[in-house]
Design a protein around this ligand. Structure first.
Ligand code: SAH
Length: 232
């Protein structure tokens, strides 16, 4: 028998349609509190850190990181999300095709501190922007199709520079009660996916049972933050 949720699938077209119809309930207008609280653990005394933000949407965290002097590379399938990010951040931007990925585009602000790739995450690779010193995953691991987690972790691993500090935000709930997305990600799976290449430290757990989730049938929901540090 397959694990609950394992065969749940959401297509790229469905995500793009969600953006077209403004069905983006996951978007938050303020900087993520867990990121803010744990920034010193991610940055670890470094300046101008190169951040990777998979499945970035139009997260305002990206502008916040750039304003702090870091650089940001994000990947997102919807150009609506990307354009809205730059417009709502009051950043002018350029857009260019990505020669090595058919159909993909990269959008950058004038200072080139924020570069957002419009493509499927699995087309992105280290030949485009090299490896990263930090990563922030909120709404990515929980959004990808559960069957793709090994592929996703392999990509993340290939993009981590030695010592890379990766903040991973997951959700824990009873998958018998709700199909997702967002999907639940058991702690054991985080260890299986990253434990051989990285040190993993639990940082924070918060009750995240909002009215929305209650109305979807959940009676408990925990948001869990992991710090995953690539071994040298
Ligand atoms: N991290 C953002 C968005 C989370 S929702 C936030 O916290 O607000 C997941 C996002 O990933 C959506 O914007 C969706 O359009 C995008 N997405 C889903 N599957 C993708 C894929 N395979 N490649 C690139 N982007 C994808």
């Amino acid at each position: 028998m397959s694990a609950p949720q394992q065969n749940e699938v959401m297509t790229l077209a469905e995500w793009e349609e969600g953006w077209q119809q403004g069905m983006t309930g996951f978007h938050v207008h303020t900087v993520n509190k867990m990121l803010e609280i744990n920034m010193d653990k991610v940055v670890a005394g470094r300046t101008a850190v190169k951040f990777f933000i998979p499945l970035c949407g139009k997260a305002v965290d990206m502008k916040w990181l750039a304003d702090l002097g870091h650089s940001v590379v994000g990947v997102e399938i919807s150009d609506i999300a990307i354009r809205q990010f730059f417009e709502e951040s009051n950043m002018s931007y350029t857009e260019e095709p990505v020669p090595t990925i058919p159909g993909a585009k990269v959008f950058r602000n004038k200072e080139k501190t924020v570069s957002l790739y419009q493509c499927d995450i699995y087309s992105f690779n280290s030949s485009l922007e090299g490896q990263f010193g930090a990563m922030w995953d909120r709404g990515a691991m929980v959004a990808i199709n559960p069957n793709d987690r090994e592929k996703y972790a392999a990509l993340i691993n290939s993009l981590m520079a030695p010592g890379c500090r990766f903040l991973l935000d997951t959700l824990l709930y009873n998958p018998e009660h709700y199909t997702g997305p967002p999907f639940y990600v058991p702690n054991e799976q985080v260890r299986t996916l990253f434990g051989s290449t990285c040190d993993i430290e639990p940082l924070q757990e918060e009750d995240f049972l909002t009215e929305d989730f209650k109305s979807w049938g959940l009676d408990s929901l925990t948001e869990k933050l992991h710090l995953i540090v690539r071994k040298s």
